[in-house]
Write a protein that binds this ligand. Structure first.
Ligand SMILES: Cc1cc2nc3c(=O)[nH]c(=O)nc-3n(C[C@H](O)[C@H](O)[C@H](O)COP(=O)(O)OP(=O)(O)OC[C@H]3O[C@@H](n4cnc5c(N)ncnc54)[C@H](O)[C@@H]3O)c2cc1C
Length: 437
């Protein structure tokens, strides 16, 4: 490994890959240091149960400008998820079976009420604090707003579970602004937002897009490089990995998730607002399971109670006489998604009679390079933490989906923030070091 680069990028997820490509295109000498043995970060298309399955981030949408532009740039199309033919939901007393449109209708009026102020509070969704209304509401919880809605018990049960699904975590401390911010990004329409979250996959999988960006970036990538220390020094920064290997660069971009940031020591010590934000963390600490059930079943969705180990199921493929299903739950430690019996118990509550054959998934929350699934913020995050987390410390810059301005928590937000960090470096020093000498 060379020890001198213009820019070191820590992390080869979408934020890191995008930043590295932008900098390489501008003539910078770039190294990506990645702790894992692969690119993609919290997206991971992996061969499991006889198919290539997305264990992490999956769905994209044309309302997401950054990822949409990347797909267009590399000529990559979409692969729609199947349209469900059946739906089941828990109404607080019993399981109800019906049409998918009935489930949407059950959620429609309460979601409209809940998010009616989304565009007023977030008139410019990519400038989340453009209106003082967002700051005024930032300490209010989503749970309190749901509790206060004049809706039926059945609607409330479904709405709580729906937002628990969106948060991939418990909603008691969830920021109401986070829910409004999501819906503002789809012009105030919660149904389009839901479509954005679970309808269109990337043709060839997320790997196709990550590979395309990586192939377009003439950079050195070092896998198995677990960065543990970043020290600012005159004219740049010194980065040290877990083996003590040192590497210097004029600028560093750190793209690690909020819940993995604590593993890196920074010198000088970060400001209190940053360390507080890292200590508080965020709420997306749930799980995503893949499992197969016996037989070619009609495609379905199912919404259980918010506190069930798997509270949402969506069937995705038919293959080899089985139906492949994705499940989400709010608490990664409430269910081991690789334990067939545990998944069978959870599934039986929502699809009685279904026989689970195999299960798989990745323990993102226990993964030291992630520590979380997709970031969903607590109260106060926008006003107290976002700007502090985005703020560079000298030549050390920060990026990642967790701290995006727009689609934070999504692949789109990762790409946005990687662009921003790269542009900031290029604006500060338009010439590469080699050209300046
Ligand atoms: C289960 C799940 C489902 C999701 N579903 C969707 C979805 O459908 N649609 C969507 O848009 N988004 C979804 N997301 C979110 C999306 O995947 C992420 O927001 C996005 O991929 C994050 O990209 P990133 O580059 O910011 O971070 P990451 O992808 O986490 O990349 C950070 C990289 O840094 C590396 N790293 C961490 N610490 C160190 C260290 N100390 N040294 C070196 N390297 C380090 C990591 O290994 C990782 O490769 C989902 C995420 C999960 C987990």
């Amino acid at each position: 490994m060379d020890t001198e680069y213009d820019v070191i990028v820590v992390g080869a997820g979408f934020a890191g890959l995008t930043a590295a490509r932008e900098l390489a295109h501008a003539g910078r000498r770039v190294a990506i240091l990645e702790g894992r043995d692969r690119i993609g970060g919290r997206t991971w298309l992996a061969p499991r149960m006889g198919l290539n399955l997305e264990l992490g981030g999956t769905w994209v949408h044309w309302t997401q400008p950054y990822v949409w532009a990347e797909l267009h740039r590399y000529g990559i199309g979409l692969a729609p998820s199947p349209t469900p033919e059946r739906a089941s939901w828990w109404n607080g007393r019993e399981l109800v079976h019906g049409e998918p449109d009935e489930l949407i209708a059950l959620l429609d009026a309460p979601n409209e009420l809940l998010t009616t102020r989304s565009r007023e509070v977030f008139p410019q969704p990519f400038a989340p604090l453009a209106s003082t209304a967002a700051a005024d509401l930032d300490e209010e919880t989503l749970a309190a707003h749901i509790a206060a809605l004049p809706i039926t018990d059945e609607q409330r049960t479904a709405l709580e579970s729906f937002w628990t699904l969106n948060f991939n975590g418990r909603i008691e401390d969830a920021a109401f602004t986070q829910a409004l911010r999501w819906v503002a990004l789809t012009n105030g329409d919660w149904k389009v937002n839901f479509e954005a979250c679970a309808t269109y996959k990337i043709q060839g999988g997320t790997k196709a897009l990550a590979d395309a960006i990586a192939a377009d970036a003439d950079v050195d990538v070092f896998f198995g490089t677990d960065v543990r220390d970043i020290r600012s020094e005159s004219g740049g920064a010194l980065v040290t990995d877990a083996t003590g290997r040192e590497i210097r660069a004029t600028d560093v971009i750190v793209t690690v998730p909020l819940h993995a940031l604590h593993r890196i020591a920074f010198s000088p010590a970060p400001p209190a607002a940053r360390t507080d934000a890292v200590a508080r963390g965020q709420l997306g600490l749930g799980t995503k399971a893949w499992f197969t059930i016996e037989g070619v079943q009609p495609h379905f969705v199912a919404l259980g109670a918010a506190d069930w180990p798997l509270n949402f199921l969506q069937s995705e493929y038919h293959h080899d006489g089985k139906t492949y299903v994705i499940g989400f739950g709010a608490d990664a430690h409430a269910i081991d998604v690789t334990d067939r019996d545990a998944v069978q118990d959870a599934v039986s509550r929502l699809v009685p009679g279904a026989r689970v054959v195999e299960t798989t998934g990745h323990a993102w929350v226990d993964d030291e390079f992630a520590g979380e699934t997709w970031p969903m913020h607590r109260t106060g995050f926008l006003t107290e933490s976002l700007a502090a987390l985005q703020q560079p410390a000298g030549r050390v810059h920060f990026a990642g989906s967790d701290i995006a301005d727009g689609w934070g928590g999504f692949i789109d937000g990762a790409i946005e923030s990687g662009m921003t960090a790269a542009r900031r470096i290029l604006a500060a020093s338009p010439q590469p070091v080699a050209a300046r000498v």
